[in-house]
Design a protein around this ligand. Structure first.
Ligand code: NDP
Ligand code: 5RP
Length: 484
């Protein structure tokens, strides 16, 4: 490769290597660099051999190999390595050059980095990239945000390499200022955690309550993947359940039941707390991973507590249909909650997020891709000011239809001691969401009783606060009424 490259990429791991090959296959020349430079040589002599890809052995050499305005993209471990690379890249840039972070960075870091890089006279893009190894190679979903002036310079590359839906619509578009792209990727990952947790609960229910074997479970997920649950995660679950170890036993049975996590789900939960959004299903999914990781404690507790005997004697096919409804109902709630958080974030951070377009970006290429996202897109096309997804006609009808089966599954699971945190928390959320009156009146009375925190009354206008001297021993002084 003699001429200057269209883009530079730092980080030749799972995502970087595959995205470089994807870019090159779409006609873009790429210069690459990796901290451990032996990986550059291995890549150039291996998967990158004979292609329009130039290996470099320093950041300076990488930047010098690029066409102006230079576009340097990082796909490295999130956190300090990103800041370190930014500081290594900056001294070699000229005005108008662009630094891109494609890793799973925390959006607060991206807000800070955008400001920092812009203060030095350059532009910064923080982009979510989803789809794992195969997505990066064949077409990921990409969610870019940051310095808006940089978008026209990377648009063609990003939209060419991204997945396409509906006969060619790219699963990539500009999301918004500073940390908006990484925020949307964080919510994507939170939803990913939720979908995965819902599926694992269905798996345990099938295995332990319905006593299904792995072939039956494989067939069931395969069938589910042909209907309204059609999605990447249901599809790979069917594949995984059919996979046998060398001794012929299901591979899944050999895998230790302790879930890993790299932070994006946890950040989603923290953000929900920060913005006061009831994101119960994703939060339960994060907590379920934490509980799974407490292996020793669970081992001790399993010796202390006797599990209820599993006594399901009903119609298995009927219960399987109920389970499908429970999975679908929980999924409706999960996405509705995720979008509730997106809507609050859009206001809080002034991002003017386009909710339907985000659903379209997730329709292909990424881990949460599913037929269902088309319904979300339609809901926002129909009503761009929709206050909550559950108030859309499609969602209303589907959640109503899911209810009876979903309730039966939760009841059977609870009776038999099978943990279904996401299926039950989502149902509890739905019951709370559809309630005109909740028992928070008693809670307010308790707060006022012990701390004179005051309350509003049903028979007086909102915003007027009252205090009762519940004990007869209190004074007139009341605590200030505010919500944190
Ligand atoms: N794997 C996946 O499915 C997905 C990953 N992502 C995100 O994409 C990014 C890349 O992920 P992935 O490809 O899995 O690779 P890893 O997250 O394993 O990151 C490996 C890369 O980071 C570099 N690196 C690690 N520590 C440092 C450091 N201290 N200083 C400099 N470089 C460092 C490595 O260099 P070296 O070779 O020298 O160690 C290597 O290039 C991450 O942010 C990840 O969260 C996003 C979507 C999907
Ligand atoms: O971003 C991704 C997919 O979209 C990554 O695969 C991410 O690592 C998954 O999250 P975790 O490791 O926390 O399960």
């Amino acid at each position: 490769m003699n001429k200057l490259a269209d883009i530079g990429l730092i980080g030749l791991a799972v995502m970087g290597e595959n995205l470089v090959l994807n870019m090159e296959s779409k006609g873009f020349s790429v210069a690459v660099y990796n901290r451990s430079t032996d990986k550059v040589d291995k890549f150039i002599q291996g998967r990158g051999a004979g292609k329009n890809i130039k290996g470099t052995h320093s950041v300076k050499e990488l930047v010098a190999a690029l066409e102006k305005p230079r576009k340097v993209m990082m796909l490295v471990k999130a956190g300090d390595p990103v800041d370190s690379f930014i500081d290594q890249i900056i001294p070699h840039l000229e005005k108008g050059d662009i630094i891109i972070d494609g890793g799973n960075s925390n959006f607060t870091d991206t807000i800070r980095r955008t400001e920092y890089v812009e203060s030095k006279g350059f532009q910064f893009i923080g982009t979510g990239v989803s789809g794992g190894e195969i997505g990066a190679l064949r077409g990921p979903s990409m969610m870019p945000g940051g310095s808006k002036e940089a978008w026209p310079h990377v648009k063609e590359i990003f939209q060419s390499v991204s997945a396409k839906v509906d006969g060619g619509v790219p699963c990539c578009d500009w999301v918004g200022a500073d940390g908006a792209g990484h925020y949307v990727k964080m919510i994507h990952n939170g939803i990913e955690y939720g979908d995965m947790q819902i599926i694992t609960e269905a798996y345990q229910f099938m295995k332990d309550v319905l006593k299904m074997d792995y072939d039956e479970m494989h067939e069931t997920f395969k069938k589910w993947n042909t209907g309204e649950l059609d999605s990447y995660l249901i599809e790979i679950t069917a594949d995984i359940l059919a996979y046998k170890d060398e001794d012929g036993a299901p591979m899944v049975e050999k895998i230790l039941d302790t879930a890993g996590q790299k932070g994006t789900g946890k950040w989603t939960g923290i953000e929900a707390m920060h913005l006061g959004v009831p994101l119960t299903l994703i939060a339960e999914s994060v907590f379920s991973r934490f509980l799974s990781a407490q292996l020793d404690l669970r081992d001790q507790a399993s010796q202390v507590f006797q599990a209820p005997e599993i006594t399901f004697e009903g119609d298995k096919e009927e219960m399987l249909e109920n389970l499908k409804m429970a999975v679908y109902g929980a999924k409706l709630i999960s996405y509705a909650q995720g979008y509730n958080l997106l809507m609050e974030a859009s206001k809080e951070y002034n991002w003017d997020l386009k909710y339907g377009d985000i659903a379209l970006m997730w329709r292909g290429g990424c881990i949460i891709r599913s037929a269902f996202l088309g319904d979300i897109k339609k809901a926002f096309d129909k009503n761009p000011s929709l206050p909550h997804l559950l108030l859309d006609d499609f969602f209303k009808e589907k959640v109503q239809k899911a209810q009876p089966g979903w309730r039966k599954v939760c009841a059977v699971a609870v009776t038999n001691g099978i943990p279904v945190p996401s299926l039950s928390a989502s149902l509890a959320y739905f019951d709370g969401f559809r309630s005109k009156r909740l028992p928070a009146n008693l809670l307010q009375a308790q707060r006022d009783y012990f701390g004179a925190h005051t309350y509003e009354r049903t028979d007086r206008p909102r915003g007027e606060f009252f205090h009762t001297n519940w004990t007869g021993e209190g004074a007139d002084t009341v605590s200030t009424a505010y919500n944190s």
